[in-house]
Design a protein around this ligand. Structure first.
Ligand code: F6P
Length: 380
């Protein structure tokens, strides 16, 4: 064990060995890794003038790297804003990795300081950029990425993204670099977590857009068929549909029948005197133009289709996203600080927890049937 080295570090920290011996009361927790290297020593020191006892944490608690492998820009930047200060405040050296795993292959990383993330808390997008990497997805690529981390002394990596990013994180951990996954995607499609950073911002944009579309639908007595994002997940559609009073909501998780789930619902609503209608369709269902045409032909009401698209992935993050990103970022730093890897940070029962990456990746995603039933009952 390199205890001598750590005492030198204490000396550097306090500046004077004699003074150190006078102040030193005892050694508390000593963190040691599997190879027997001391990572951290907690010293108790006594300040006679004030009769206070302080805990001084000394040692290289690690060098942390933060990267975003997700292609969705919304909100992960907030996590960065938190990771950097959290990591640096805990004595870590923190690098930002540009363009996801590509950054590890191309050495495209930059050391961050507390001011690197100044004034980005309200921004969308990601200052670290993001990209897919085909090379990383090969054994040679993973090895090269791990070697690069070692070459600059990186002991832990925070990966923000979805399942694909987490698989990459598992490979890197297996190659000897601790990784922590943090769920960042507007789709809310990560099975182990009831919330993913970006979801709330995307939905708040979606409801604003649908509210505007409703103005036209109402003025012209039309039906507006609106597609929202979510890839294979219907969560954005379900919640946006509820929040905008949609007459019909189609999601990929629930088998639908256009006659029953759209036409009959519009007819029932017409009977109550309503003359304009919103139909929200998840991206995983698609076909909004054909559906609008069908509504026109079948019911004789004017119908228009809108695909909201990428407006949902930008803009200033909402309060919920900023707070959850902060909590998740903090948790990721805590795990790396304890030299723990192969974990995913998640929200369960409203609490931020962490779980094994394999367990997280094996979980089946559960659609909120209860909420869907509520939507079907109240949207009339
Ligand atoms: O995963 C987020 C997401 O916005 C999905 O909702 C959508 O299917 C996909 O990304 C779009 O990706 P791209 O911008 O590459 O077309």
């Amino acid at each position: 064990m390199q205890i001598g080295a750590e005492f030198t570090a204490v000396h550097d920290f306090l500046g004077d060995t004699d003074l150190l011996l006078e102040l030193l009361v005892g050694v508390g927790v000593v963190r040691i890794d599997h190879a027997g290297r001391i990572l951290q020593i907690h010293f108790f020191i006594h300040i006679p003038q004030t009769d206070q006892i302080f805990i001084v944490v000394v040692g290289n608690v690690g060098t942390m790297l933060v990267g975003s492998t997700t292609q969705h820009g919304v909100s992960q930047i907030i996590s960065m804003g938190i990771y950097f200060p959290a990591g640096i405040n805990k004595g870590m050296k923190v690098y930002g990795v540009y363009r996801g795993y590509n950054g590890l292959l191309n050495g495209d990383v930059e050391e961050m300081n507390l001011r690197s993330v100044s004034d980005i808390i309200g921004n969308g997008g990601t200052m670290l950029y993001t990209a897919r990497s085909e090379e990383y997805a090969t054994p040679a690529g993973i090895q090269r990425a791990a070697d690069f981390c070692r070459s600059i002394g990186v002991s832990g990596v925070v990966v923000i993204g979805g399942d694909g990013s987490f698989r990459g994180a598992r490979c890197l951990t297996n190659a000897g670099i601790n990784c922590i996954g943090v769920p960042g995607t507007i789709d809310n499609d990560i099975a182990c977590s009831e919330y993913t950073v970006g979801f709330d911002t995307a939905m708040n944009t979606a409801i604003q857009m649908v509210d505007r579309i409703r103005d036209t639908a109402q003025s012209h007595d039309r039906c507006s068929v609106v597609e929202v994002m979510g890839r294979r997940c219907g969560d954005i559609a379900l919640q946006t549909g509820i929040a905008t009073g949609a007459t019909a909501i189609l999601v990929p998780e629930v088998q639908y029948n256009i006659e029953r789930d759209v036409i009959a619902r519009i007819i029932n609503t017409q009977k109550t005197g309503k003359k304009h209608f919103i139909v929200v369709v998840a991206e995983g269902v698609g076909g909004v133009r054909d559906l609008a045409k069908y509504v026109e032909q079948r019911l004789g009401i004017e119908a228009r289709a809108t695909v909201l698209g990428h407006v949902q992935r930008g803009g200033s993050p909402t309060l919920r996203d900023r707070v959850v990103a902060s909590q998740m970022g903090f948790k990721a730093v805590e795990l790396l600080e304890q030299n723990i890897g192969n974990r995913v940070v998640a929200m369960q029962g409203g609490k931020i927890i962490d779980l094994d990456i394999n367990e997280a990746l094996d979980m089946p995603r559960v659609f909120d049937e209860e909420l869907y039933k509520i939507a079907m009952t109240i949207s009339i």
